[in-house]
Ligand binder design. Structure first.
Ligand code: GDP
Ligand code: ZN
Length: 295
């Protein structure tokens, strides 16, 4: 009996690393297929091995969480990458990512990239945005993979954590991962364009080392449709609303039309950022108007 963690899945094989850093190529036992359980990258497993470096997974330890895309278990945090320009910074999209990640009970971290593209005047605006999100309680880093601005500050986020990177296409996710781990050689837009092929075409998922942590080599949270998020759940996905919602007059307050609402008061007196609240209402509307699905 050996114990380890799956760091790569490829054509029916699971690559398991043990605590003393040995790698085993394992197959899943038929019993998993019968029970409709598939081992996932990120799983802690027990396996047997009668040949060196080959084995059979016999047990999957209880998962803390799991994602569909990329298929990976036990994720500690999601790093939202968003650029100041090209594509234009979009706060509504940032809030969408935050809500989707909060809904999975994964810790979000915000990296704002391409700082080198900003004029000094526009830098101020990003500093303000950084402050807004820091006040909510999120970690925010302003970086550039081009000038390497503040890249050295990022180490602490990765240590001993399993991370997925999320963000719109073109914001610099692959460039960032390449800058942090040169052995990765992820295809960036520049490379994939010159080679005439799209990115992320690989079908396998792998956790790669970045500093003392592991990062999924495929971005996550590509669908941000709030499926599975209920009307009453949304308030909990905005930490600044979650903190004060109990002070509203009505327990069922959705912080919309209701009187004596602590959340709306906080918006009026500036404790809750107006734009964030607007996005809360936009998302609430979106969830309410979601067509029921009968399939
Ligand atoms: P992804 O789709 O999020 O993985 O984005 P890529 O890493 O492929 O980057 C998209 C484009 O942005 C490429 O042309 C990169 O060279 C460029 N890029 C990435 N990071 C930066 C940066 O910090 N500054 C500037 N000016 N360009 C960047
Ligand atoms: Zn309220």
């Amino acid at each position: 009996m050996e114990k380890g963690r799956i760091f790569k899945a490829l054509s029916g094989f699971y690559y398991v690393r043990t605590e003393n850093n040995r790698v085993y190529e394992c197959k899943g036992r038929g019993v998993f297929r019968q029970k409709n359980i598939t081992p996932l990258v990120g799983d802690f497993v027990v396996f047997t091995s009668d040949k060196c470096e080959e084995g059979y997974i016999t047990e999957i330890k209880q998962r803390k969480n799991q994602l569909k895309r990329p298929p990976i278990a036990n994720v500690d945090q999601a790093i939202i990458v968003t650029s100041v320009s090209m594509p234009q910074f979009n706060q509504m999209l940032l809030d969408r990512f935050l809500v989707s990640i909060e809904a999975k009970e994964i810790k979000p971290i915000i990296f704002i990239t391409k700082m080198d593209l900003l004029s000094p005047k526009n830098r101020e605006k990003i500093y303000d945005i950084k402050q807004v999100y820091e006040q909510i309680g999120y970690d925010v880093e302003l970086i550039s993979t081009k000038t390497k601005e503040d890249l050295s500050r990022l180490k602490k986020y990765f240590s001993h954590k399993v991370s997925v990177v999320a963000g719109q296409s073109g914001v610099g996710k692959s460039s960032l991962l390449n800058a942090l781990n040169a052995s990765l050689l992820m295809a960036t837009d520049d490379v994939s364009l010159s080679l005439g092929r799209g990115k992320h075409t690989t079908r396998h998922v792998e956790l790669v080392e970045v500093y003392d942590g592991l990062v999924a080599d495929t971005p996550g949270f590509s669908s941000l449709e709030f499926t599975g998020i209920g009307e009453e759940e949304l308030e909990d996905l905005f930490p600044e609303i979650r903190r004060i919602k109990n002070q509203c007059r009505f327990r069922s307050c959705r912080h919309d039309q209701e009187p004596q609402c602590a959340v709306k008061n906080a918006v009026t007196n500036g404790h809750i950022h107006k734009q964030r609240f607007t996005h809360y209402l936009n998302f609430l509307e979106e969830i309410k108007s979601r067509k029921p699905r009968y399939s």
